[in-house]
Every structure is written in C-alpha cells, then in structure tokens.
Write a protein that binds this ligand. Structure first.
Ligand code: NAD
Ligand code: UGA
Length: 463
C-alpha cells in the first residue's frame, strides 16, 4: 500500500514537529494535523511563522517550507480521519489524577476518545499508529474499541513511539538513532508495517528502521525513558556524595563516561530532571510492574523518581541553609524556568518545585527565562495547589531581562542551562546585588572560579 494521506490527532510537542518533518521530507504525502484546541491550531496557522505555539530550533523554517503545500493544521478532526489512510494518535497521556492508579497510571481517556472517533468516522480500512507513549498492551484496548464500535472496516494498529527530545526535536527527527515500528505478526500486520517503513525510508537509512512485535515496541518506549532518567538519578545521587567527600561530580562523570561501555551522554548532574515524560513514564512502568505483582521490579524503578524528588528538595534546602537559614522576604533571582534549554516547555520543570519550596519559606522570587512568560510561571505554580493563586502572585514575578531580574537580589539560582547565561557581564550583575552575593548553579554551567574572583559565593551541584 502506498501512503498518500496522513492524519495526526494532536498538534502538540510531538505531533506538530513530527508531522512537519514528515511533510517536509515527503512532499508527495498530504499531512493534516488536527487538534481540539482551536487556539493551538490558530497559532500553527499564524501568518507569522515565528508565532507557532512550540519553540524548537529550526522548526519554524520547516513549517514555513511545508505549510500550505502538503502540511495542514485544522480543527476538523472528522474530515482528516475520513480522508487519511494512516492516522497517527499523538495526544497527551498524562499521569492519572483521579480514581484507580491515581498518581501512577497513564490516563488513557484521550486515547480512547481518539479510538472511538476513528471508529465512528472510518468508512474504509485504516492503519492506526500509536505515536503517543502508552502502557504495554494498549494496542489491544484500541483494537477492541475500533473493532466493536466501527463500521465493519479493517484496522491495523501499529506502535511507532517517538524518541525526540525537546530542544533538539528537529535534528532528532531528521537524524533519528532509530525508528521503531511494532505491529501484528500476521500478513496484514506486516503489510501495514511495510507501508509505514516506506514513509520513513524517504529520509532514514533502512538499517535505522527497526521493526518488532507491537508489545516490544510499546514497552521499549517506556523503558528507554526509564533508562535515560536512571542515568540522571545515578549521577545526581553521586553529586550528593561528591559534596561530602571533596570529589567533583563533573570530573567523576567525565572519568566514568570515558568507559565506552558506560558512555558520556546523559551524565550531567543537575537540580533534577523535568519534562512531561520521564516522571510520568517511570510512574507508569512502576504501576504496570505492580499490576503484575512484580513488587521488586516496581521498587527498583521507583527509586529513580524518589532520587529526583530528593535532588530538587536538596537544592532548595541548600539555598535556605546557605542564606543563614532564612529566605523570608529575600529576593531570589531565578535564571531559567523551562525544564531544559531551547524549549518553551515548562512541564514538570525542577524550577516549579524549587520555587514552591522557597515560597513556603516566604521568599520573593523574580524569574527571567528567554522563552517563558509570567502567565505560564503562575499557572505552573497554581497547578501544584500548594496555596491560593493570589499568594503565589504575591511571591513570584518575572522581568524581561536578566540584569533587572538580578538587581538587588540576595541570591541567583540557575534553573535552566540556557547558553546566554554564560555570556552575561557577571561583574555588572554582582555590583547590582545585595552582599554577600550568592549564586546557586543548578546546572553547573557557569565558570565558578571566575565568579569567585568577582566576589560571588558560588555553589554548584556536586562539588
Ligand atoms: P501535548 O500536550 O503537547 O499535545 C497533545 C495534544 O493533543 C494537545 O494539543 C491536545 O489538545 C490534543 N488532544 C488531546 N485529545 C485530543 C482529541 N481527542 N482530539 C484531538 N486532539 C486532542 O503532548 P506532547 O508533548 O505532544 O505528547 C504527546 C504524546 O507523545 C505523549 O504520550 C507523550 O508521552 C509522547 N511523547 C512526548 C515527547 C515530548 O518530548 N514532549 C517525546 C516523545 C513522546
Ligand atoms: C526525553 C528523552 O530524552 C527523549 O528521548 C524522549 O522521546 C522524551 O523524553 C519523551 O518521551 O518525552 P525530553 O524530556 O524532551 O526528552 O528532554 P531530555 O533531554 O531527555 O531532558 C529531560 C530532563 O533531564 C531535562 O530536565 C534535562 O535538563 C535533564 N537532564 C538531561 C539532566 O539533568 N542531565 C542530563 O545529563 C540530561
């Protein structure tokens, strides 16, 4: 089967960039991305391509090239489903906030809605692709909904998880380490797999396209994230030991990472990992293990999350302790709010939790992030439901530049590793601050020796 029309449900951080790259690389395929959120779709269609809702280096150029040619953004979900041969489901799968599995299991209500809508609309055979990250065996549930509520047409379900990281989404999509496609072992299943392989083969080398059974594919996505997050929790656990022993975590990471069996990537000690996926996917893995009665397996992976929570709390405690055990009414400048550099995404950012702890201690926080505005910062804090929104608004604000943010501050905390932070005139910042002037570098990005020469009291993670 030759694919000429693709629909993607969900125009978020995955659906938007992924489909933009497919459209750019496959001009012969019409790609329509649909979403219920009309504001988001309007932003994707904004005449000024710089106003698209997701900030990713290189993304606006890709959208500019393909949009209107063979890439379309729309709220007309039914039409796009009806026309497509392949439907990607790329909706959000957050941790459940209610009922059975609350705080652990993935909330699959958006996935189920998509399946029901596809079943209702489809009048000819379709390939349905799980692009969202899903618990292992979700394809079974999707198939059951499609087969039992559909119009008697045939559906093939494929699992094609996405491995892009935010901040590098476009280059990850253009040069993926691998494309993973899982499907049925039947002849029809293999045909569906081949149809999707042919789409990716437009720009990905065949040896980088891996096909598996559907359960291996679903489970590999959850475990890939668990392994990545585990490395960060491992190095962060060592950072605390380094602080006690005089070892330096950057040196330790370099030394162990040079062993090719260990590898050097993802060993950067930090204030803790954030983002929309690591925590939710590991919690989901823990929940799945528990549901099979595998308590040791569940405990093993849960420790990655426990360590990450500890690392965030340890950072805020250290600020309070160093500032003479009180931050009440002190001005603390936050540089960075996004969960990592080069993205405007703030979901589960460590900054939110550090700010929450410091506000509990009555600190006044001023934030500067190159891509995040005050409205988002306030809604992130309000989402924790620790205190009234008015109280959050009293304790946190933001300025549009770093210099005014740091003026008169007692301390600066680096929460995101934005490159521009390294280029600042730190003498000028020091001169404008309260003394002694403290810097807590939650990302180990600044030159501590230089800052100490200027007069700062500089504290990094793990040294
Ligand atoms: P997102 O919240 O940015 O986007 C999801 C979109 O789906 C939203 O715009 C929402 O309005 C829309 N949506 C929800 N239900 C819908 C429905 N029934 N019909 C139409 N639209 C609907 O989420 P995301 O970050 O793009 O993540 C999507 C999935 O991809 C998740 O399962 C996530 O785990 C996975 N994933 C995310 C990343 C990442 O870096 N963000 C990377 C790999 C995989
Ligand atoms: C992560 C994975 O890297 C992607 O492969 C995966 O597709 C995605 O999750 C997903 O499923 O959503 P992402 O969360 O976008 O991507 O970004 P990462 O680069 O993995 O960073 C996650 C967090 O870990 C960030 O807060 C980052 O600052 C932190 N981190 C990362 C560290 O603290 N140290 C490191 O060495 C690396």
């Amino acid at each position: 089967m030759k694919i000429t029309k693709i629909c993607c449900i969900g125009a978020g951080y995955v659906g938007g960039p992924t489909m933009a790259v497919i459209a750019q690389k496959c001009p012969h395929i019409q790609v329509t991305v649909v979403d219920l959120n009309s504001e988001r779709i309007a932003a994707w269609n904004d005449d000024d391509v710089n106003n698209i809702p997701i900030y990713e280096p290189g993304l606006s150029a890709v959208v500019q090239e393909a949009r209107g040619r063979n890439l379309f953004f729309s709220t007309d979900v039914e039409k796009a489903i009806d026309e497509a041969q392949v439907i990607f489901i790329s909706v959000n799968t957050p941790t459940k906030t209610y009922g059975k599995g609350k705080g652990m299991a993935a909330d699959l209500k958006y996935i189920e809605l998509c399946a029901r809508q596809i079943a209702k609309v489809a009048k000819d055979n379709k390939i349905v692709v799980e692009k969202s990250t899903l618990p292992v065996r979700t394809a079974e549930a999707i198939k059951s909904i499609l087969d039992n509520t559909g119009n008697g047409v045939q559906f093939q379900i494929l699992s094609n998880p996405e491995f892009l990281a935010e901040g590098t989404a476009v280059s990850d999509l253009m040069h993926p380490d691998r494309i993973l496609i899982g499907g049925d072992t039947t002849e029809e299943g293999q045909k569906a797999i081949q149809a999707l392989v042919d789409v990716y083969a437009n720009w990905v080398q065949p040896e980088n396209i891996l096909t598996t059974n559907v359960w291996s594919s679903e489970l590999s996505k959850l475990t890939a994230n668990a392994f990545l997050a585990q490395r960060i929790s491992s190095i962060n656990a060592l950072s605390e030991l380094c602080e006690k022993t005089g070892a330096d975590v950057n040196e330790v990471a370099k030394a162990i990472g040079m062993d090719s069996r260990i590898g050097s990537k993802f060993l950067k000690a930090s204030v803790g990992f954030g983002g929309s996926c690591f925590q939710k996917d590991i919690l989901n893995l823990v929940y799945i293990a528990k549901s099979y009665g595998l308590n040791e397996v569940a405990d093993y992976w849960e420790q990655v999350i426990i360590m990450n929570d500890h690392q965030k709390r340890r950072f805020s405690n250290r600020i309070v302790q160093t500032l003479y055990n009180t931050v009440a009414d002190k001005k603390i400048a936050f540089l960075g709010w996004a969960f990592k550099k080069d993205t405007n995404d703030t979901r589960e950012s460590a900054a939110i939790y550090v700010a929450n702890d410091l506000i509990n201690e009555e600190a006044n926080i001023v934030v500067y992030d190159p891509k995040v505005a005050l409205k988002k910062i306030l809604s992130d804090l309000d989402y924790l439901e620790t205190r009234e929104a008015v109280s959050n608004a009293k304790h946190i604000t933001s300025f549009p530049d770093a210099y005014s943010t740091c003026e008169n501050a007692h301390a600066i905390a680096i929460l995101t590793e934005w490159d521009e932070f390294k280029t600042y005139d730190w003498q000028k910042i020091y001169d404008s601050m309260q003394k002694p002037a403290f810097i807590f570098d939650g990302r180990n990005i600044l030159d501590g020796e230089k800052l100490k020469e200027i007069g700062f009291i500089y504290q990094a993670i793990g040294s």
